[in-house]
Design a protein around this ligand. Structure first.
Ligand code: AKG
Ligand code: FE2
Length: 228
């Protein structure tokens, strides 16, 4: 099977209960008591807060010059497992390792909730997995780099929004792919593509990483390295 490409679909998600039901109000009234960990953009400040207090923070603060707190990678499966019933499996993302739950790899999906300007800094996803990312509400800007730009990205230390060209002189050779993700869009991102994601508006999204015929080889290789 040939290499997969970045792809944005704006039809499928509209059929999902998540798209029809989820909102800030929905999470606040149904899961407000759940404790979640939020962190700033450098991950050097982390706080455990109730989802209700966090949604208040999203709604009530101007977030102008703050180091914004973001709820990333919320594993809702312990505290709100029925949310899984609101998501369907995207047609293009059949996970060959569906249902696997081991110490090294878990078939897991995460929810992201954040205010305007919430950022996930430049990174690649774990263990060479592909990902799909479904935006329920809000708008986000994605800055993506092909794997072949890796040599210009200094292990993700460079900030594409404010690059330090003296420290990272090769960065100007990298070619950004910019995508605006609108509510109802599912972005399919191939393994190893670098990405930075910034919320333009308060947002709610759900993602899942997956493995298919095109990345299973790299995935197994990286697992073998970890168990060595
Ligand atoms: O939406 C975000 O803040 C980050 C999403 C992401 O990195 C992913 O889906 O792999
Ligand atoms: Fe990611």
């Amino acid at each position: 099977m040939h290499k997969i490409e970045i792809y944005v679909d704006n039809q499928e998600l509209k059929e999902w209960p998540a798209y029809q039901k989820w909102s800030f109000e929905y999470f606040k009234s149904n899961y407000g008591h759940v404790q979640v960990t939020v962190s700033n953009s450098n991950f050097n400040e982390n706080y455990v807060v109730s989802l209700s207090d966090y949604i208040e923070y999203i709604m009530n603060s101007a977030h102008e010059d703050e180091d914004i707190l973001y709820l990333r990678d919320w594993d809702y499966t312990d505290t709100a497992p029925e949310l899984a019933n609101d998501i369907l499996e995207p047609k293009m993302a059949t996970n060959l390792l569906k249902g696997i739950n081991t110490e090294i790899y878990k078939d897991i999906s995460w929810i992201y909730i954040g205010p305007k300007k919430a950022i996930t800094p430049l990174h690649q996803d774990f263990l060479h997995t592909h990902t799909w990312n479904a935006l329920i509400t809000g708008r986000k800007e994605w800055i993506i780099y092909d794997v072949k730009d890796t040599e210009y990205l200094y292990n993700g230390q460079v900030d594409p929004l404010n690059p330090d060209h003296e420290r990272f002189p090769e960065f100007k050779k990298a070619t950004p792919i910019k995508i605006i993700q609108n509510p109802g869009d599912i972005i399919y991102l191939p393994s190893d593509y670098w990405h930075l994601v910034r919320s333009i508006e308060p947002s709610i999204a759900i993602t899942k990483n997956y493995i298919n015929e095109t990345n299973i080889g790299d995935f197994v290789e990286s697992i073998l390295k970890e168990v060595k």
